[in-house]
Design a protein around this ligand. Structure first.
Ligand code: GLT
Ligand code: MN
Ligand code: MN
Length: 387
């Protein structure tokens, strides 16, 4: 049996806000007691995690005095160094404060947009102090319930101006951050701007320092829209833009459940792990999920262990898939290689002319059975431990 003990080399990370989630939901009060940041660091390190990510407010409440801030940050840094945990990613809470109720970077109020920049710069300073090299933007309140305010085009401009400003700020400070936009279709806003991975990728191309920007796709977010998360991640990898990934699970067509990784849609989760492993993705594998509201603290650590264990089991299945001779033969038969035909698909005037005159066995092409039922059942057998 393979060793399923996580180690920092696996690059598993959690958020202070994830394992620290106290179980509040829109209908009920917290079901768990808050945990201090140093305690969370100690527990995650003991479980084999690589790092812990945070929003500014997760560590330092916005109302903290200078001395409170320095104590909280100092204690956190001490715990990181005592337990060998990193802070690979930082982000800003631009959604909790009522000031951001109609957006932060896309608020119709210029004062709110300016405050959002100030808060983000301060948070970037903190992230840098903690060693973060990646900065995430999840536009929690960037969106609308009604479009009567007429700000759809302005919002995109404001969003772009803010991201351009912050990338310039990072460079001017010598922080060297790379940035990742995290799309989400809705919740908490009725319709959020940049709702999918594809829309974020399109938007990034319009930024001044677009090379510094990539995406942070989240399993739950694409799944909420009924999209296939593995496909979204493949597009991000293809674009060279998968800077970070938020792993969790989700039933389609529901509120953002942020379930334990692999709790719900094992097959898609398997194809995702396959993609991450085979593409050579080297970033953090961040579990942006939380324990069920029903759980006590023991349930939180069971949840955290479960996320990592399921990833490692699926990574093992990926390896098994690669060495399963029947599976590999079926896959080889599925792909029809034809070097002469392939060569014709690069455009030259000659290839275009040859292709136009080529006789194809159209009926034969349509009649071929690719064997996908067999391949898919082999996958199911493998996942269920029957191979
Ligand atoms: C919030 C959200 C997540 C984002 C976090 C980063 S905060 O919990 O639901 O998807 O990744 O801002
Ligand atoms: Mn989520
Ligand atoms: Mn997320």
């Amino acid at each position: 049996m393979t060793d399923l003990t996580p180690t920092p080399a696996d690059k598993f990370t959690f958020g202070l806000w994830t394992v620290g989630n106290a179980g509040r939901d829109p209908f009920g009060e917290p079901t768990r007691k808050p945990m201090t940041a140093p305690y969370v660091v100690q527990k995650l390190a003991a479980l084999g995690a690589y790092g812990i990510n945070l929003h500014d407010d997760d560590l330092v409440p916005v109302t903290a005095s200078a001395s409170e801030r320095s104590r909280l940050v100092g204690d956190f840094k001490q715990a990181l160094s005592d337990h060998g945990l990193k802070v690979p990613m930082a982000t800003t809470n631009l959604f909790g404060d009522p000031a951001f109720k109609d957006g932060a970077f896309t608020s119709a109020d210029a004062r709110v947009r300016a405050y959002a920049l100030q808060k983000t710069m301060l948070s970037m300073d903190l992230g840098h102090e903690l060693g973060a090299e990646l900065y995430v933007f999840w536009g929690g309140r960037e969106g609308t319930e009604v479009d009567a305010g007429g700000k759809l085009l302005d919002s995109l401009k404001w969003f772009r101006d803010s991201l351009n400003f912050l990338a310039d700020y990072s460079e001017s400070q010598g922080y060297g951050y790379r940035f990742a936009l995290e799309p989400k279709p809705n919740e908490p806003r009725g319709d959020m701007f940049l709702p999918t991975v594809g829309s974020a990728l399109g938007f990034i191309a319009t930024l001044d320092r677009h090379g510094l920007f990539g995406v942070n796709p989240e399993f739950a977010h694409e799944t909420m829209s009924g999209l296939n998360f593995a496909h979204a991640v493949a597009q991000a990898i293809d674009a060279g833009k998968l800077f970070h990934v938020d792993l969790n699970d989700q039933k389609p067509g529901r509120f953002d459940q942020d379930l334990r990784f692999g709790a719900e849609t094992l097959k898609t989760v398997f194809f995702l792990v396959q993609l991450l492993e085979q593409s050579g993705y080297t970033g953090s594998k961040h579990f942006d999920a939380h324990a069920l509201r029903t759980e006590d603290e023991e349930g939180v650590w069971a949840f955290a262990r479960g996320c990592m264990r399921t990833y490692l089991m699926l990574r093992e299945k990926v390896r098994q898939f690669e060495t399963d001779t029947e599976m590999q033969a079926a896959l080889a038969a599925y792909r029809v290689e034809d070097p002469a035909m392939q060569a014709l698909t690069s455009f030259t005037p000659g290839n275009a002319a040859t292709l136009k005159g080529q006789a194809f066995d159209r009926e034969g092409l349509g009649a071929r059975g690719p064997g996908l039922e067999h391949i898919d059942q082999l996958t199911v057998d493998l996942l269920l431990g029957m191979r």
